[in-house]
Design a protein around this ligand. Structure first.
Ligand code: ZN
Length: 160
């Protein structure tokens, strides 16, 4: 069976940045299981997996636009530390929810200079090429429940 929309797919993967550093991977020995064609993976990786079968191995390099988006400098803002009410020990690398004109958004503290804190609303992987090593572990048809929910059920997936 090959990968197509509405198939439940299990993959082992390792994600590396352009410097070769491992950013993310499926848990040791445990594949990631997802429902294909429902936006559960980044678009570029879904496209590369289309038509592949159990046992196939692939190496793919995905451009930012097909991954976590281009880096947008407009999503970076500097705010006074006192505006971060109720947050103790603000430090670089901390992830926060910030209120913006576009609503609540996840931001990362990237710099602290004196009383000013720089908040970056880009995804941490925005602007990066994503280098995936993938092995397809299993492919099966989705159940009706899985299709109506848009995600995988069962031991490897979503639990209700
Ligand atoms: Zn469900």
């Amino acid at each position: 069976m090959s990968i197509a929309a509405n198939q439940v797919v299990s993959i082992h993967y390792t994600l590396k940045g352009d410097d070769g550093e491992v950013i993310d991977s499926s848990a040791a020995g445990e594949p990631l299981t997802y429902l294909h064609g429902h936006g559960n993976l980044i678009p570029g990786l879904e496209r590369e997996l289309l038509g592949k079968s159990s046992g196939d191995k692939l190496q793919v390099k995905i451009a930012p636009a097909d991954g976590y988006g281009e880096y947008d400098p407009q999503l970076v803002q500097r705010v006074p530390r006192r505006s971060l009410k109720g947050i103790a020990n603000v430090r670089v690398g901390m992830r926060l929810q910030a209120q913006t004109a576009q609503g609540s958004r996840a931001v990362t503290v990237t710099h602290i200079t004196g009383d000013m804190v720089t908040l970056d609303g880009n995804h941490p992987l925005a602007g990066q090429h994503l280098n995936f090593d993938v092995e397809v572990a299993a492919v099966r048809p989705a159940t009706e429940d899985e299709l109506s929910h848009g995600h995988v059920h069962g031991p490897d997936g979503h639990h209700h």
